[in-house]
Write a protein that binds this ligand. Sequence first.
Ligand code: NAP
Length: 286
Amino acid sequence: MISGKTAVYGLIGNPVRHTVSPEIHAVFAGALGDDLVYAAFPVANDRVKEAILGAHALGIMGLNVTIPHKPACAEFVSELDPMAEKIAAVNTLKYAEAGYAGYNTDWIGITECLRSNGVSLSGKSVAVLGAGGSANAACVAAAEGGASKITIFNRTVEKAEYLALRLKKYYNAQIEAAPLAEARGSEIVYQATDAGRGENRALCPVSSTEFFRGVEFAFEGIYTPWETEFLKLAAKAGVKAVNGFEMLVRQAAASYAIWTGRPVPEEVISDAYERVGAMVRERDRR
Ligand code: NAP
C-alpha cells in the first residue's frame, strides 16, 4: 500500500505509453519487499531540464530515461558515471542532495544478457548494426568485454564513422565503420537499428541468410514484435538469436541495484522476465 513513506521512482521519455518498466520494477519491489512506486512520466523534448529539476525538488529518488532524452540528461546531472560518459547517454538518475547522479545501465543489460546466454566477448569479432544510443552501449559492452574487433554498420555511414572515432579515444580494439548495405556478420552480431520495430515491423536490416555465415550468436534491441524479421532470418540460418527483452529486464535490474544498493537476485530477474514477457507477447498478439 502507498503511504507517506513510499519512495517514488519512475521513467521519463517521449513517448512512454507503451513502456513495461513499471511492471518490471513492481516485480522487483514486490519480491524484495521495498516500499516504492515506479511511474511513467511523458516529458516533452524541450522540457527535460525542467522535468529533472522538478523531480529533484519533489524528492523523486530515481529515474530511468528513455528515447529521446538519454543524451540530453547527461547535461543536467551533478555527477556523471565514467561509463555514461563513454556512452554519451544517461538512462539512470539517482537522487543525491546536490542533484541527480547519472549512470548508464544499457551496456550492463547487454553484457548480462550475453553472460546468461553463455556468450563470451573476449577476443571475438562483433558486428553492430546501427549507430544510435543502443549501438553505442553495445560497442562499449563489446570493448569492455575484450572484443578484438568491432564493426559498426549504419544506414547513415557518417554516424558510424563518428561513433568509431569517439570509441577509439577510450579503447584499443580495432573499431571500423561501414554502410549498412555492406553489412556482414561477425562471430557476435547486435541488431540496434529501428528496422523491424513498431511501424517498421515489416523491415529487416539484412537481406539474406548469407549475412549469418560464421555467426555464433545474434541479438537485438527490439522486443515488439517479439520475433522480428531479423530473428526469423537468423533462425532460418540456424543461428541462436534472442530479442531485446532480456536486455531490458537486466538493465532495469542494474538500475534497481544502483538505487537500492542491493543486487536483484537471479530468480527475481527470471520471474520478471517470465511474467512481464508474457504480458508483452499477449499485447503483441492483439
Ligand atoms: P536511435 O539512437 O534513435 O538510433 C536508431 C538507429 O536505427 C540509427 O542507427 C538509425 O540509422 C537506425 N535506423 C532507423 N530506421 C532505420 C531503417 N528503416 N533502416 C535502417 N536503419 C534504421 O535509437 P536507439 O536508442 O539506439 O535504439 C535502437 C533500437 O534499440 C530501438 O529499436 C530501441 O527500442 C532498442 N533499444 C532496446 C533496449 C532494450 O533494453 N531492449 C534499450 C535501448 C534501445 P540512421 O543513423 O541512418 O538514422
